[in-house]
Each structure stands twice: as structure tokens, then as C-alpha cells.
Design a protein around this ligand. Sequence first.
Ligand code: URA
Ligand code: CA
Length: 441
Amino acid sequence: MTMIEIIEKKKLNQPLSKPEIEYFVQGAATGSIPDYQLAALLMAIRLNGMNREETAMLTLAMTASGDVADLSSIDGIPTDKHSTGGVGDTTTLVLVPLVAACGVPVAKMSGRGLGHTGGTLDKLESIKDFSINISEDAFIHQVRTIGCAVIGQSGNLVPADKALYALRDVTSTVDSMPLIASSIVSKKLASGAKAIVLDVKTGAGALMQTTEESIELAQTMVHIGHDAGRKMIALVTDMGEPLGSHVGNALEVKEAIDVLSGRVTGPLLTLSLELGARMLLLSGAAGDIEEAKAKLQNALQSGAGLATLKKMITAQGGDPSCCDDTSLLPQAKVVKDVPALQSGYVHHMDTIALGNTTQAMGAGRKQKTDIIDHSVGFVLHHRIGDSVTKGAPIATAYAKDEQSANDAIAEIQEAIAISDEKVAPCKLIHAIVDDQQVIRM
Ligand code: URA
Ligand code: CA
């Protein structure tokens, strides 16, 4: 078997065999196959696709390319949640402590910001001294004792994905259904959780922009997970506008704490409860969705969720006092309102542009070595469908200096379209996908 033969086959739109898939995945992981041959194969896969069986074989080969976490010493069913990437999407920080407070162990490996999207690890690092690098033993011990942990992926988790993802990023082959599904699911399988809830974003700010493509991605991932013996369910949810009102690392931590303190409701809480309730269902901690939501509401109202977040922060070396006083989180030097340029209704948001604005303000990295400014970002005061008045603030920018604040103001004004025509608010959940069926909402 040679790499040229494998590329040739996929070029001619023929399905690859298990040995062929394992050959190139191993070669990607060890570096024995040159980038130009991997890149050619990735483009052939992007153009000709893979069938369900090939995609499953690819995922399993990628999972096996590195370490696989063993969570069997954790009592109960270790549960995880994964989002395909959003803007202002802080559900992890809200639902992990709530679900853990309901007695379900949450062993979560998260990622950093990618492109225009934020990353949970970057958000958590806005908490003073919080560490996302803990050993597998300490990770398991923490889940056993306080019920949850959120850490970075170990260095050798799915090395094939590290190599392939880096190539996809620079060869216009990210937007491929089998490549996205195998990339995400291989990491979830390797991180060891037995029950996994996927949040597949759809719309302007998502990887897959149409509802039908997003449903197909969700089905592909759920089928692979199911075939691999995991319980998996996916919600297809809206990214036509940022989920929460706060976008930026410390700002999103603040919003999560406000939600867990019971001070704030809205789409971030609603979606956190929907996703969290499925985690309770999959792990057997609730018999139906209503019971699951009631348990989570209880954990919210009793303060048990916030108390669990404090315990998790303390266990990971951080200072939990920000949970009682969010002004202890990093604060931006310059705070300026973003006035609406006209009166009317918020009609559309360019979610990708809004995500990119936060990144440009310093909340994300342009290069791997860049240091993040945790304090910067913005808070939106309106959602799609709201009426706004010329000159009144539609958002507030939190910036490192005047210049950056002024740039952000112009970009936010450009990204939020206001028109005379009234539009309906966005639907939050578009579909629920399990291995049996697709329920369109
Ligand atoms: N997130 C991933 O981890 N992989 C992809 O391919 C896309 C999003
Ligand atoms: Ca990712």
C-alpha cells in the first residue's frame, strides 16, 4: 500500500478500506507521511466525501492514534458536553457545576479559542491562578471528590487530529462533514466520557450554516458515538447571534457567575438547562426531560451550582472569591458605549464579525504565542427582533485603550444591522438528534 494509491482511490471517489484509513492516520500522527500527500488526500475527501462506514473507521483510527483516558474508577457515568464552537457561548461554565451538583460526574476536556470562536480554557484562565493543566490522576480524583473538572487536552490526545487539523486550517478543507465529525468525535472518545451531549451550532456564526447541513453533521457524529458504545445526543442550536450578552473571556465568566447566582436569565441559561438536562437523562439521573430540568433548577435556586463552581475553582488552584464579587475579575481600562446609528429593529447580526472584533481587541490569539487580554470584549444590550433608538447604547465595549475601543465601536455598529422592518426573535433550538430520530423544532 502506498500513499499515492490511497490518494488516487479517493480522487476517483472510491471508498477507502480500514487498512488504508489506518495507514494514513498513523502516518499523520507519527509524521511519516509528508504534508503535501496528506493535504492532497484531505482535499480529495473534502470534494468526494466519505460514507458512514469510512467516517466511523476514520474516527476510531484517530482515537487510537494517541492516549485514551480511562475514567473507569469514577463512580456513575462520566458525562461530557461539546460545542462545535460559538460566540458568547458560556454554557460549559453554567452547566458543568449544575450537572455535577445533581450528582452526575462531569469529566470535561475543553479547548482554546479557534478562529472567531471563544474557548473555555481561555475563559477559565481569567480566574486568578486557575490551572487547566492537571495530571490525569488529579483530574480523576477531583471528579470523584467534588463531581467535576474542566481541563485542557493532554499532549498526546489524538495526535492525528493535531496534524490533520493544522493542515485543514491552511488548505481550505475545514468544512468537510467527515473531517469535522471525525475530528470532534475522536477527541470525545479519547477523553473517556461514556455519555456525551453535543451542541451543534448552526447559522451565520457556525461551521455549518444551514439547518439541514447541521442536522447531517449531528447525525453523523451521533451514529459514530453510538457505534463506539457511547451514549450520545445532539442539539442543533442557533448561532445567528451570540448566545449570551457577554463576549470576551472575563466578561463571559462574569455572565456565567451572574446566571449561577440567579441574577440573570435568558438564552444562555435556557440552553444550559436544555443541554444539562440531556446530560442528566443520558447518565440516568433523571427519568424524563421535565424531571431533569427541575433538578437543575433546584441546584440553581439552592445555590448548589455556584457552590460547586467555587469548589472546582479552588481544587484547580484558583481564587473563588470572584464568585461572590465579580469585580475581582480582570477589568478593562476603557469602557465605552456603542450608540445605535439609527432607530428601528435589530434585524441581523454578523456573528463571525462580532467574534473577530473580540479577537482583534485582544481576547484571542492571532499567533499561537500571543498572550490573551482576559479583560476585553463587549456586552450586547439587544437581541435580534428588539427595537432600538438612535443614539441609545446597543452595546458596551471593554477595551485596552481608546483606539481599540473606537475600532470596536465601529465594527460592532457595522455588524449589527438595524432596519425599519420588525423581525421575529431567533429560534434557540432547531433540532434534537439521537441515534433513532431527528426531531425538528
Ligand atoms: N472543531 C474540531 O475540533 N474539529 C473540527 O474539525 C471542527 C471544529
Ligand atoms: Ca475544535
